[in-house]
Ligand binder design. Structure first.
Ligand SMILES: [Zn+2]
Length: 82
């Protein structure tokens, strides 16, 4: 069984997180996306693919629509701490 990560709901259920990075060279704002909020707003079945999600986002700092998404697993956060 392979777990698809193609929807917002799947990312939440599998403890993934998405971070957004603004590509405006004068801004470079970097933020963790609130997936729970996006799932409420767009629906849990909304695609989590960059091309589908980025048009719904804009940089909260400079309002740029030129945004990169970085997917990571929550469980890797904080590794290295003892
Ligand atoms: Zn920005």
């Amino acid at each position: 069984m392979s777990m698809s990560l193609s929807t917002l709901g799947a990312l939440i259920d599998t403890d993934h997180m998405l971070r957004a990075c603004c590509n405006n060279p004068k801004c470079r704002h970097y933020a963790k996306l609130d997936l729970e909020y996006l799932a409420v707003k767009l629906g849990r079945d909304h695609s989590s693919m960059r091309d589908d999600l980025v048009p719904k986002l804009k940089c909260s700092k400079c309002k740029s629509k030129n945004i990169s998404l970085i997917l990571s697993a929550k469980s890797t956060e904080g590794l290295g701490h003892t």
